[in-house]
Design a protein around this ligand. Structure first.
Ligand code: PLP
Length: 444
């Protein structure tokens, strides 16, 4: 094993050293080409090496890279907050900038609790969430996450927030079918609220499309409208974790727009800086800010690098690039093109159980046989085999959990940069077909 002082995800594995990136491709120091079909971790939304972003980075770096938010504000931070308010719609007008998705969900959680405190309701501190969910790795964010593998080691330090089942139609936890089911998975929120007591609950948090924990599980049509209605009726805030789905990934600024739902608070991340700089945000509605503005007049959170001008300038440049190249509007067309080809693969290879998702956030769940939906045994580590085989063919895929507990199942996410062309999608499919064929042969 090569000696290295860098703590990598798997300490005993060698990782290729990437030299440069261009569009949807990355190249390592041995000139091997990788088609980035996952945008890294669903992050490089506009692809690699975009010169407009690099120009904006240089321009801001020459002016000033850092100022401390308790002492100054900056033009990029002010402009970014204004632009996001315009794009997010509704009354989601306030941005709190942070540096990662975990910080964004954790800030959202704190703002929700503070909101009720400012209104004199100090017992409303619990955040409800779902099993098969991921909201981040820091302890507050992990407390909200129904991701058993990531919680396990730290269980004694975590709050026991995750409560209800996900809207996972492929493996419905209630053995029902939408829409005839009447959305038992959403009704379960009502039951949980009655059991715990609305007086103790600040908010309910959910990913519009479940990412890392479930493999792009998209909900049935009316699910989020029902969730929002239940939250409103019980005076519970709805936090949409759009860290993965926001900033155009599903073809709209926020995925919640697909169902006509405006959350009370939104967490944004990943695509905000598109990998060019660390930046994320808690986006807060006028309604939620009002008692804070007229009460303590400060949000009790913050990080040294919050709202740094360098990251804000990058995010502004990403928005400009998305707008000038009409990128969000083209997502549904590209998604339809890719879905059709991925569905075809499902009929070619019996171990592809489900192809699902929204926009260019697509999940593929693997099973021993698609007629029985039986998952592979854990020991088979099938997802890892898919990832490694794809890597051999120069294709990057994102591993995800799956199964009703988010552990006993196998899935990947296919989420190329939104800028991908039809020819590049054909190339993606070719490399994926080779991957599937090799896996299929190995199972015979
Ligand atoms: N929320 C969601 C939905 C995510 O997918 C992730 C990361 O995968 C996070 C939060 C945490 O973001 P970060 O890894 O930037 O802390």
């Amino acid at each position: 094993m090569k000696r290295s002082y860098l703590i990598k995800p798997m300490l005993d594995e060698d990782y290729p050293i990437i030299d440069f990136g261009k569009g949807v491709y990355l190249y390592d120091i041995e000139f091997k080409e990788y088609l980035d079909a996952s945008s890294g971790a669903v992050t490089a939304n506009i692809g690699h090496g975009v010169k407009e972003i690099i120009t904006a980075m240089k321009k801001q770096a020459k002016k000033v890279s850092f100022i401390y938010r308790s002492q100054f504000t900056s033009e990029p931070a002010e402009q970014l907050a204004e632009k996001i308010a315009e794009l997010a719609g509704g009354d989601l007008n306030w941005s709190f900038f942070v540096n990662s998705g975990s910080e964004a969900t954790e800030t959202a959680m704190k703002i929700a609790i503070q909101y009720w405190q400012e209104k004199g309701l100090k017992t409303k501190t619990k955040i409800l969430s779902r099993w098969v969910s991921y909201h981040g790795i820091t302890l507050g964010a992990l407390s909200m996450s129904g991701h058993a593998a990531r919680r396990e080691r730290f269980t004694p330090l975590l709050e026991d927030f995750p409560t209800i089942h996900p809207p996972y139609c492929y493996r419905c936890p209630f053995n029902q079918t939408a829409p005839e089911c009447g959305y038992s998975c959403a009704q379960e929120l009502e039951t949980a609220i009655r059991r715990i007591g609305a007086d103790h609950i600040a908010a309910f948090i959910a990913e519009p499309v479940i990412g890392a924990a479930g493999g792009a599980i998209s909900p049935p049509e009316d699910y989020y409208q029902l969730i929002k209605e239940i939250c409103d009726r019980h005076q519970i805030l709805f936090i949409a974790d759009e860290v993965m789905t926001g900033f155009g990934r599903t073809g709209t600024m926020l995925a919640c727009e697909h169902w006509g739902v405006t959350p009370d608070i939104v967490a944004l991340g990943k695509g905000m800086g598109a990998g060019y700089a660390p930046i994320a945000a808690a986006l807060v509605s006028d309604r939620v800010m009002e008692p804070i503005r007229s009460g303590s007049k400060m949000v009790m959170s913050g990080h040294t690098l919050s709202a740094n001008p360098q990251s804000c300038a990058v995010s502004l440049a990403v928005i400009n690039y998305l707008e000038q190249n009409n990128i969000m509007n083209l997502v549904s067309e590209k998604s339809a093109y890719l879905f059709k080809k991925l569905q075809k693969l499902k009929y070619q290879f019996p171990f592809i159980g489900d192809v699902r998702g929204l926009g260019l956030l697509i999940g593929m769940e693997f099973v021993q046989d698609h007629n029985t939906k039986t998952p592979f045994p854990r020991a088979a580590a099938f997802t890892q085999k898919v990832i490694k085989t794809a890597m051999k063919y120069g294709l990057l895929l994102y591993p995800a959990g799956a199964g009703i507990d988010g552990i006993h199942g196998d899935a990947i996410i296919i989420s190329p940069p939104l800028t991908i062309t039809n020819e590049e999608m054909d190339e993606l499919i070719q490399r994926l077909t080779k991957t599937c064929q090799e896996l299929y042969d190995s199972l015979q």
